[in-house]
Design a protein around this ligand. Structure first.
Ligand code: KIV
Length: 281
């Protein structure tokens, strides 16, 4: 394994080279077991700051710290063999300027073994992206709905409708010119996603941004039905693992209360004695 992961892992240039080819597959992961599950199927595994909401119960991504990202990044690194690992820079860890961004992104890369970071923002972040990429830190950009700016947007609304599309286009052109190797396009209308994908030379990875993008990303817990009743239009639930888990836990609780679990096959020693006050198997 190299400083940035296993030798056969995909690299940021490999991802850039997929522009206009077979769509890129990207999912989030925050833990080693989920990283192991997604790795064989994904080109990019993102340790997203969505971890704050999905695993830590935070109301938004704003409370996520660099330490949380590093801890989850280390866990994901242990589960990956072939996908490119990208770690989100959390709110407050990069916006002050290129120096702060470099210091914290370098920490993320050296401590987690990730080969790239992701940060939110378009034109306003172009200088920082240029600074990082010129100094050995590959950057995935993130424009459109940028959840760390939820308070500025006044909610998680679709961005770039009508004339506002020009703003998102300028963001896309700016991050591509600054050297980002790919860009996440979140919650923008299809015609805008198509236009941006045609106009920039780096892959667009859409979330709520139509199939016209060069790839797709979803939060893994959303598509597995593990994040409660969160059902935004752009998420397809490929499984209902939350319901399956809830049923399993309820069955366990019932069996414990009725002394049906543990049954004979779960007990050490000779033939178990029937238990009083329950329905021993
Ligand atoms: O934090 C995250 O999971 C993300 C993806 C949804 C793109 O930024």
């Amino acid at each position: 394994m190299s400083a940035t992961g296993p030798a056969k892992a995909l690299t940021p240039p490999d991802i850039s080279a997929r522009k206009g080819k077979t769509p890129l597959v990207c999912l989030t992961a925050y833990t080693t077991p989920i990283a192991r599950l997604v790795d064989p199927h994904c080109d990019v595994v993102l340790v997203g700051d969505s971890v704050g909401m999905v695993l830590h119960g935070l109301p938004s991504t704003l409370g996520v710290t660099l330490e949380m990202m590093i801890m989850h990044g280390k866990a994901v690194r242990r589960g990956l063999e072939q996908a490119l690992m990208v770690v989100d820079m959390p709110f407050g860890s990069y916006e002050e300027g290129p120096d702060q961004a470099f210091r914290n992104a370098a920490r993320v890369m050296t401590e987690t073994g990730s080969a790239a970071v992701k940060l939110e923002g378009g034109e306003a972040m172009a200088e920082t992206i240029r600074f990082l990429t010129a100094r050995g830190i590959p950057v995935m950009a993130h424009i459109g709905l940028t959840p760390q700016a939820v308070n500025t947007f006044g909610g998680y609304r679709v961005q770039g409708r009508g004339e506002d599309g020009e703003r998102i286009c300028r963001d896309a052109l700016a991050v591509a010119a600054a050297g980002a190797f790919a860009v996440v396009l979140e919650k923008v209308p299809e015609p805008l996603a198509r236009r941006i994908t045609e106009e920039i030379a780096i892959p667009t990875i859409g979330i709520g941004a139509s199939p016209t993008c060069d790839g797709q990303v979803l939060v893994v817990d959303d598509m597995l039905g593990l994040f409660g009743d969160f059902r935004p239009k752009f998420v397809k639930r490929y499984a209902e693992l939350g319901d399956a888990a809830s049923f399993a836990i309820a069955t366990y609780a019932q069996e414990v209360r009725k002394r049906r679990f543990p049954a004979a096959e779960h007990v050490f020693g000779d033939a178990p004695t029937p238990v009083k006050g329950g329905e021993a198997a």
